[in-house]
Ligand binder design. Structure first.
Ligand SMILES: Nc1ncnc2c1ncn2[C@@H]1O[C@H](COP(=O)(O)OP(=O)(O)O)[C@@H](O)[C@H]1O
Ligand SMILES: [Mg+2]
Length: 191
């Protein structure tokens, strides 16, 4: 039910969900599909298959390297509140994570409380402290969980503190500033 509700909320026109509910239940399970990635729901888990070369951490990586990096990020930040949980890897280009219910900021029409952004800042700071800096900060990857607290998914595009390019002077600090400013701008937009 959560899955259906989330799909409905993320489907602006409602057409895809309407058709899916009658015609093609398989199709409803596709969360994202493009040339770079296929993300589906499978038995309540999110399956992510990386298909092509992707940009992450300031350079390009092949699918196996991309998945290595995303799993490393998810495991490093494991336990921080509201963070997507890694479940298992099934091949070099595919892994599963826990499905997090709730609409994303991208489709949100309502306003949120400051406390949402306080929690988002806190959880993001925790990730930064563990040396995982999220560079991709798309509104699709910030969720509003059923308890009203923020959820963060998609650690595909990150800089690690032990990445060779993190040696560039001040790059880590720039990444921390960026995450702070990004959340501040979302706060202005949604409160
Ligand atoms: N753990 C998850 N829980 C809920 N939805 C998810 C989860 N992982 C991915 N999604 C959905 O799939 C979309 C694409 O997954 P994502 O990991 O962000 O791929 P990409 O790196 O291509 O942006 C997300 O924007 C979200 O709608
Ligand atoms: Mg994403």
């Amino acid at each position: 039910m959560h899955e259906l509700r989330s799909t409905l909320l993320e489907d602006k026109l409602g057409i895809k969900s309407f058709l899916n509910s009658f015609l093609a239940p398989e199709f409803m399970r596709i969360l994202k599909q493009d040339s770079g990635v296929l993300v589906t729901l499978e038995n309540g888990l999110v399956k992510k298959t990386v298909r092509g070369f992707n940009h992450s951490g300031l350079r390009y990586y092949n699918p196996e390297e991309m998945v290595n990096r995303e799993i490393k990020a998810l495991q490093t930040v494991r336990g921080i509140k509201g963070i997507q949980k890694f479940i298992k890897r099934t091949s070099e280009d595919t892994f599963y994570s826990e499905y997090m219910p709730g609409p994303c900021l991208y489709y949100l029409k309502d306003k949120l409380n400051d406390s949402f952004f306080d929690a988002l800042t806190k959880n993001t700071n925790e990730c930064n402290k563990r040396g995982v800096y999220r560079i991709g900060q798309h509104r699709r990857d910030f969720l509003i969980l059923p308890d009203g607290k923020p959820g963060i998914i998609d650690f595909g595009n990150v800089l690690f503190e032990d990445d060779p390019m993190a040696d560039i002077p001040f790059l880590n600090q720039v990444a921390v500033c960026y995450s702070y400013l990004r959340i501040q701008s979302l706060r202005r937009r949604y409160t």
